[in-house]
Design a binder for this molecule. Structure first.
Ligand code: FES
Length: 136
């Protein structure tokens, strides 16, 4: 999270006080989905792709945390990630990291930096399964 003036093409994510501590928000940029969690008055944002299979982490809108509310949890196979670093500390992708989204902060406004590399399109397991059925 960088403290600086936004460029004209940066995308407003939120006002920090619109998001409660340890709550998440989501945003779509084209086909890419991201989420951000407020922790200790800072926003931590990641592309919504689990490093295990490349699919979205959550099933329920804006629900990314484990039962304790202290770690990000993938809803598919339970991988757990640190909120501040995105590092996976338990589950099938231990040691991997969520891909961070670069943010820019201007006062209380938090922006997604526009000129950053976008991730590959997320894996669509349903579409893959349907294509496999058609091929067989
Ligand atoms: S897809 Fe996230 S842990 Fe398997």
């Amino acid at each position: 999270m960088v403290e600086s003036n936004p460029s004209q093409s940066d995308i407003l994510l939120c006002q920090i006080d619109e998001v409660a501590e340890m709550q998440a928000i989501e945003m779509d940029i084209g086909h890419n989905k991201l989420f951000a969690i407020r922790q200790d008055n800072r926003m931590h944002a990641y592309w919504n792709h689990c490093p295990h299979l490349g699919i979205p982490l959550n099933w329920m809108p804006e629900k990314f945390l484990d039962l304790d509310g202290s770690l990000i949890q993938c809803s598919s196979h339970g991988a757990l990630f640190q909120i501040d670093s995105g590092e996976c500390i338990a589950g099938p992708c231990v040691g991997d990291h969520l891909k961070p989204v670069e943010l820019r902060v201007d006062g209380t406004k938090v922006y997604v930096v526009a000129d950053q590399p976008m991730p590959q399109a997320p894996v669509n397991l349903r579409a893959q399964a349907l294509a496999d059925l058609e091929d067989s």
